[in-house]
Structures are given as C-alpha cells and as structure tokens.
Design a protein around this ligand. Structure first.
Ligand code: ADP
Length: 192
C-alpha cells in the first residue's frame, strides 16, 4: 500500500498555520492526493474537548493528534497538522511514532503577530489577562532542526506553501506537479 506523510505545522497563534494548511490542502487535492487537515482549534472542540492549556493537557492534545496522524499516514493520506505544539519533546515523539514526517516551523515575529492579532488575544495576553498564552506568558520551544522554516512576516501565504511543497517533493513524499498526469491525477505508480 502506498504511504502518506504528515506535514506538521508548528508555530505561535496567528503565525499562519491554518491559512497555510488550507492552501496546501487545496493544492495537494488538486494533484489527486487524499488529504486530511487536523487543525488544533477544531481538534480541541472534538477529540480533545475539555482539555486545557497546562503542559500536561497540551501534551495529551498533541499525542492524540499524533496518534490519528499515524493511522492516516500509514493508510496513504497526506495529513496536515496545524497546531501550536509548543514542546519540542512532544513534537519529536510525534516524528518518531509517525516516521514519514515533515516538521515545518511557521515563524512570525512577535511584532507582526501583535499587529495582526487575528483573534484579539495578543492585546489581552500582553495586558496580563491571559495566563498560559504561548509566546507571551507560556513557553514556545522553537524546533532545533525543522525540515522547513517559513517566515510569514516576510512571505505571502502562497510563497510559504510553495516552500513546503518543494520540500515535500525534495524528500520524495509527493511528486512534483509536472510529473503527474495533465489533469493533476498522479500516475498509478506514484507515491503519495
Ligand atoms: P494560526 O493558524 O497560526 O493561528 P491563522 O492562519 O489563523 O494563524 O492566521 C494567520 C493570519 O496571517 C491570517 O490572517 C493570514 O491571512 C495572515 N498571513 C499573512 N501572511 C501570511 C503567510 N505568509 N502565511 C500565512 N498567513 C499569513
């Protein structure tokens, strides 16, 4: 059976993980691949309902996401995870258990995050109104050896997606669009 891959997007809130996940999903589907997105916000409403933001709860949340990603990956799905996943060890655990794994650091300067403030949370966190807010009042452990870094304060979303796709192709996890059929459908022998 052909195998999939997990693209793990880690980074601070508002850095662009969901935006990039959606665009990447569209492009991979266009190429005929099976894709699932596990978005942290949505997972917390379902699979991880009731969990909070302590280190223990965050780790439990990430381990659940990693478990589902592993099942999907070994069944040929391209899984895109969009989750802050602030702890290095837990991300490394996910890599170990999933195997076919691309860690993407979705990086953005704090200055730009505060300017965007997509959910209005940075202003509140900086006023001291939110404890356990990653990057302000809670730790974020940057990846030491990410497979890919995208810098969303100086890239468009499309550029970030192109960087990730190129890395997926270089690693042999997906074929380049030009190798696929003219209608975007992969050949029978293509790995996914
Ligand atoms: P996250 O999922 O990391 O919390 P979101 O994707 O919800 O972040 O929000 C990121 C915001 O930043 C969006 O409003 C998006 O349009 C904007 N943005 C600007 N540049 C980029 C980029 N290069 N990649 C992703 N998002 C970007």
């Amino acid at each position: 059976m052909t195998q999939g891959v997990t693209v793990w997007l880690t980074g601070l809130s508002g850095a662009g993980k969901s935006t990039i996940a959606t665009l990447l999903e569209q492009e991979l589907r266009r190429r005929g691949l099976r894709v699932e997105v596990l978005d942290g916000d949505i997972v917390r409403q379902n699979l991880s309902k009731g969990l909070g933001f302590s280190r223990e709860d965050r780790d439990t949340n990430i381990r659940r996401i990693a478990f589902v990603s592993k099942l999907l990956t070994r069944n040929g799905v391209v899984v895109i995870v969009a989750a802050i996943s602030p702890y290095r060890n837990t991300r490394d655990e996910a890599r170990q258990s999933i195997g076919r794994f691309l860690e993407v650091h979705v990086k953005c300067s704090l200055e730009e995050l505060v300017r965007r403030d997509v959910k209005g949370l940075y202003a509140r966190a900086l006023r001291g109104e939110i404890s356990n807010f990653t990057g302000v009042s809670d730790p974020y452990e940057e990846p030491e050896h990410p497979d890919v870094v995208v810098e969303t304060h100086r890239q468009t979303p499309a550029e970030s997606v192109a960087t990730i796709l190129a890395a997926l192709e270089r690693a042999g996890y997906v074929h380049s669009a030009t190798l696929s059929g003219t209608n975007g459908t992969p050949r029978q022998s293509d790995p996914v």
